[in-house]
Ligand binder design. Structure first.
Ligand code: PEP
Ligand code: MN
Length: 351
């Protein structure tokens, strides 16, 4: 059950509602949204009695009964898409969000060349890992704080918003100081300590689907971040483990419409980690646009053959430019579809 308080409910009024709910044996979790407080109610008890009693309280706007275990991120909680505004750009709105850049930040020259190249081709976000989760301890682990500074430099040079990974709850503050969007890698999707810390980080979160995680587990992880105070989460399909070996992972492209039915959160597709192979990236980008994703996270390197990580799946700048051009007709259709959807929602909302 989710309780929305009236617009200017006081902390004391919120407290009264919480006490009333707790008297029915439930646990409460309140979140201060931009406009109002919403209270999530969990536990076992007499839902109908509790709902009716709370509905009757003057300070309560409305109460919605929700059956999914991921309450705040479910479509039942909110039908309209979550729009994330960051640094003058949008995710989940009328603009398709393209995030591109190298797997790892390697040097000033590399990140600046990558940033200038992807910005010229039309990306609005620069991706690049400063903290790298590598399978082997002997592989390049990232430039860490130095990498964060280089990302800031690239931002100042190009105006791109920065997407970068945070691997540990200990690094949340320093990454939040330099990043516009906090990426949670596939291997950390169920790092609950990190997810809780990101609830308080003050930045949107890009949550990647775990290598062997179900859609429901992805939503439960997003719920952690939202339940701890941060409603700006976007989800990322980056391929999952299957028996197939022709690609690095298997892109569950179907997860995009599935998620669109289950949640109001934006969904991004990462075609690079999904395939592991640069030749397959453009086709998967077209598929992502066509199937209704909100954006792309693509690995682009000025010299992929020299990349410290994931060179084989990285496009060079020219390949990325061409891909972006080839994507234009698909993006026009995508924009039309979004306009139609907005018009349908508006007319459905009219009495
Ligand atoms: C990455 O984005 O470079 C990365 C490490 O991705 P994932 O966590 O999806 O493997
Ligand atoms: Mn990578």
């Amino acid at each position: 059950m989710i309780i929305s308080m009236k617009l200017h409910a006081t902390p004391q009024e919120v407290e009264e509602v919480c006490k009333q709910v707790e008297a029915f044996g439930y646990k409460v979790h309140s979140i201060q949204g931009e406009e109002r407080v919403v209270i999530g109610v969990v536990g076992l008890g007499d839902v109908t009695a509790c709902l009716e009693s709370v509905e009757a309280m003057l300070q309560v706007e409305n109460v919605v009964r929700i059956s999914a275990p991921y309450k705040f991120v479910s479509k039942e909680f909110r039908a309209a898409r979550t729009l994330i505004r960051v640094d003058g750009k949008e995710i989940g709105g009328r603009e398709f969000a393209v995030m591109a850049g190298p797997c790892s930040v390697e040097s000033e020259e590399q990140i600046l060349r990558a940033a200038e190249g992807v910005a010229r081709a039309g990306a609005k976000f620069l991706r690049g890992g400063a903290f790298k989760p590598r399978t082997s301890p002997y592989e390049f682990q990232g430039l860490e704080r130095e990498g964060l500074k280089l990302l800031q430099k690239a931002k100042r040079a190009t105006g791109l918003a920065i997407v970068t990974e945070v691997m540990s709850d200990r690094d949340v503050a320093v990454v939040a100081e330099h990043a516009d969007i906090m990426q949670v890698g596939a291997r950390n999707m169920q790092n609950f300590v990190l997810l809780k810390a990101l609830g308080k980080c003050g930045r949107p979160v890009l949550l990647k689907r775990g290598l062997s995680s179900t859609v429901k587990e992805l939503l439960m992880s997003a719920e952690y971040v939202v339940a701890h105070g941060n409603s700006e989460v976007c989800l990322c399909e980056r391929g999952i483990r299957t028996f197939e070996t022709a690609t690095r992972n298997t892109c569950d492209i179907c997860a995009v419409p599935v998620l669109n039915e289950m949640t109001h959160l934006p969904v991004i597709v990462d075609p690079s980690h999904a395939t592991g192979k640069r030749s397959l990236v453009p086709a998967l980008c077209r598929a992502a646009v066509a199937i209704g994703a909100d954006g792309l996270l693509v690995e682009v390197h000025p010299a992929p053959e020299k990349a410290f990580s994931d060179g084989a799946q990285s496009l060079n700048i020219a390949q990325f430019e061409k891909m972006m051009q080839d994507l234009q007709p698909y993006l026009r259709l995508w924009q039309e579809a979004r306009k139609t959807e907005a018009a349908e929602l508006a007319s459905a909302a009219k009495p």
